[in-house]
Design a protein around this ligand. Sequence first.
Ligand code: GLN
Length: 556
Amino acid sequence: MEPKYIFVTGGVTSSLGKGIICSSLGLLLATRGLRVTIQKLDPYINVDPGTMNPYEHGEVYVTDDGAETDLDLGHYERFLGIPTTQENNVTTGRIYYDVISKERKGEYLGQTVQVIPHITDEIKSRVRSIGDSGKYDIIIVEIGGTVGDIEGLPYIEAMRQLRYDVGRTNTLSIHLTLVPYLKAAGELKTKPTQHSVKTLYELGLQPDVLVCRTEIPLDHGIRQKIARFCNVEVEDVIASLDARSIYQVPLLMKEEALDLRVIDKLDIRAGKPKLTDWNQFVQAVTWPDHRIKIALVGKYVDHQDAYMSIVESFKHGGAVNNCEVDICWVSSDYLNHQNAAHRLEGVSGILVAPGFGGRGIEGKLAAVQYARENRIPFLGICLGMQCAVIEYARNVCGWKGANSTEFDPETAYPIVDLMLDQKQINDKGGTMRLGAYSCRLEKNSLAEKAYGKKEIRERHRHRYELNNRYRDQLKKFGLHTTGLNPDRDLVEIVEAQNHPWYVGVQFHPELKSTVRRPHPLFVSFVKAAFKYAKEHDRVVYLQHKKTVSATESEKK
Ligand code: GLN
């Protein structure tokens, strides 16, 4: 079958959940036996989000091949369960970078290099190269931003042209809009959708399907009105009702027959959707029997998108344990030895988050110490692991002033240091240790038991690492290195003995947790925290009326 392209644009406002709609549609089509991938086109001029502040951009999602990408790729992987790569995320910066490099090489000799056709051709070639790979039946292309944004215009133009290049029957345009409810008028309003669709017309695109985000159900009259004004059939007006969990959205979209409309319009032959396991997961995630608190200690706790994959991994790991993880957000900026007991009161697990720079480090160290001394299950991720080693060196080994050279280049005990191959690097973009690397696990370690295998591959994003000079001494003091990179002998995992569950990982397990394959370390961490909660009377027992299905109850 020829590849089919589905373009997804957004209108009216940002944050409507385009990434979730793309992921949900992708899942519905994939469970029908189609080979689906999703590509995100981002209109900013950064080559990738790697150099952006988490306040600006949220989490940077790293793929196996070491691309630093938009956090929506995390949703694509969590929903579809298949890894993405660099080609799944294109930015305006990357497009211009490549066009300008070609110009310098003389590839456009004699021509004036312009947005149309050179930039739009480059965009189209990025989309087509996924389709031409033969690996996929369906390529869902999510266009970042909102229609009408100046920076998004070349993408919309490229989509308009692509519809002719590959034939109208091979493309579909889905537009996501908002249908707000005006309390004072007691009515749903369709005007913003009409305007947004009009903007698309002006750019030469007629949407085939409208997905309307709404707080309350859309009745037939409203759907008809939208259909009439926007040149679509009434069946092509799909309501996307606010859901309790993002994982319910595929089920809501199925009830609205979004996948059927797509299959019909693209004239695809597809099997029946298989969603039994997805339904079970949604039940488990929405109606667990228990709840426990786990602290997430980091410096971006007021901007939780920065920890998107960690939050989702807790949902996956929680569902396996029939236990909701109530994340207790603890700012490392305001945490110290005096207030740690108070701020971390009632938690049954402590996760110290990844990060860069010295701000909040002392707070993170206080959190590690509190977890270690009180035998509370602890997971340190990347910088969180480095903090764990620093705390251990200072307070267990007695090495005063032990530190990472990231924060104290003159420290007497450089327990965490710049990787050798990082010392020559000056450029900041795309130069960290990025992507998936293998790691060999020590027999009988917590990690080996959790994973149930000897060798794993996990994703990295860091410049510093545990200094091998201190490895043996740390071991003598009870901090074992239980995961090593076989090629470069780098320490990837540490575990403290004499503690029920204390694990630090140099990699990012959260980037590989999916609905169908919850990450083993998160499953094991939540299990240990649940055990701790039971022993310390910290479990909340939940009682739900399970008679109504999750999605039905949302609609009422
Ligand atoms: N700043 C640390 C490093 O570069 C940790 C990075 C991280 O937590 N991702 O090594």
